[in-house]
Design a protein around this ligand. Structure first.
Ligand code: MG
Length: 363
């Protein structure tokens, strides 16, 4: 029992005087901020001192400015106007990104309202040239408690995403990433797909910065689209993959953005060593962890009969590229291929969530 609580306020009193809800106070304390001055060891009651009211107002003001709790913690430990200036610069950059995202949205809305042409129709009025037949699967696997992988696909688009940040952030981030990019990509160009991914990055980062529950979330994204000029455009962030099977050969179209993949590319680690490396799962890039994101993007000439696979690491950590290639070649039935890939990964232990899109380019 506390020896003296005369000067202290209960969490209810402190909440009333500071204007911060008890829930918010608890979430701040969980982040190491505004830690109660005392806690009754018997009852667990939290007590705050009157001197903490100023700190409460300061923290809440900085939250209003959009500053994440981790940055606030650093600022309180080492208060300096330089830190505030640097945050002000970030806010300006964010505002610029919001304006860009709004410009993209305005552009897309005006296309839809006036002259939107689905990608399956050539914009010159000729017969459609190519379409993407897609089938997707996602599976929780055999070990995880929730599924943080997401898939999205339609007749000109395919994407997979692998969320991170725990429940509920990881699921939220991957689902939002796929949904936003799919909604914004109309099959126009690689630039359009890049803008869609950047806008999704900003949306996830903004949401993560504003919510203690979602803070720290992020996701990979690997998105591919077929454009009206017959190109397969691909944008990638993180360690999900896009591969194409052409004439019996499986070619990986994307580079993984992970610590081990970077070491392999630099010649400091072999592919085999990377398989068991303790840092295998650590990403060097992800969507939603900052206001801007570096994208890998490329445009490839699409050919009729190309088979496309997009997948998260839950598949390729369990199933080799040779096995993937032979399963993709084994049948023309895309549903059967997707099922076979997922089932093989599950039979190997299903240690991670799985997301798979298989697709075929056809006239
Ligand atoms: Mg994964």
């Amino acid at each position: 029992m506390l020896s003296c609580v005369d000067d202290l306020m209960t969490i209810g009193e402190f909440s009333q005087r500071s204007g911060l809800s008890p829930k918010r106070l608890r979430s701040y304390a969980a982040g190491g901020l505004l830690v109660p001055a005392a806690v009754d060891s018997a009852s667990g009651y939290r007590y705050y001192s009157p001197g903490q009211l100023r700190e409460a107002t300061l923290i809440d003001t900085l939250r209003d400015a959009g500053m994440p709790l981790a940055d606030i913690a650093v600022l309180l430990c080492d208060p300096s106007s330089d830190r505030l200036d640097s945050w002000a610069t970030r806010v300006e950059i964010d505002a610029e990104h919001r304006h860009k995202a709004l410009d993209v949205a305005r552009h897309l809305l005006s296309i839809e309202a006036t002259s939107f042409t689905p990608v399956s129709q050539d914009r010159t009025g000729k017969e459609p040239r190519m379409t993407l037949n897609t089938v997707s699967r996602t599976d929780i696997g055999l070990v995880r408690d929730n599924n943080e992988d997401a898939v999205g696909n339609n007749e000109h688009f395919a994407a997979v995403a692998d969320g991170m940040g725990g429940h509920p952030g990881g699921e939220f981030a991957s689902a939002v990433a796929v949904a936003l990019v799919q909604a914004a990509f109309t099959g126009r160009s690689l630039d359009e797909l890049e803008a869609a991914v950047r806008a999704a990055n900003w949306a996830i980062w903004d949401r993560a910065s504003a919510s203690a529950e979602l803070e720290g979330m992020g996701t990979t994204i690997c998105a591919a689209g077929l454009t009206g000029d017959g190109s397969l455009v691909v944008v990638n962030v993180g360690d999900s993959r896009a591969c194409v099977l052409r004439n019996g050969s499986l070619m990986q179209l994307t580079d993984d953005h992970s610590v081990t993949a970077e070491l392999v590319r630099r010649g400091e680690l072999s592919e085999d060593q990377a398989l068991d490396h303790p840092h295998r799962g650590i990403l060097t890039r992800a969507l939603g962890v900052g206001p801007d994101v570096e994208l890998d993007s490329a445009s490839h000439p699409a050919e009729e009969g190309d088979r496309l696979l997009l997948c998260t690491d839950g598949l390729f950590n369990e199933v080799s590229n040779d096995e993937i290639a032979s399963l993709m070649e084994a049948t023309d039935d895309l549903h059967a291929t997707a099922d076979a890939l997922v089932n093989l990964a599950l039979s190997r232990g299903g240690r991670d969530n799985l997301a798979v899109v298989v697709a075929e380019i056809s006239l």
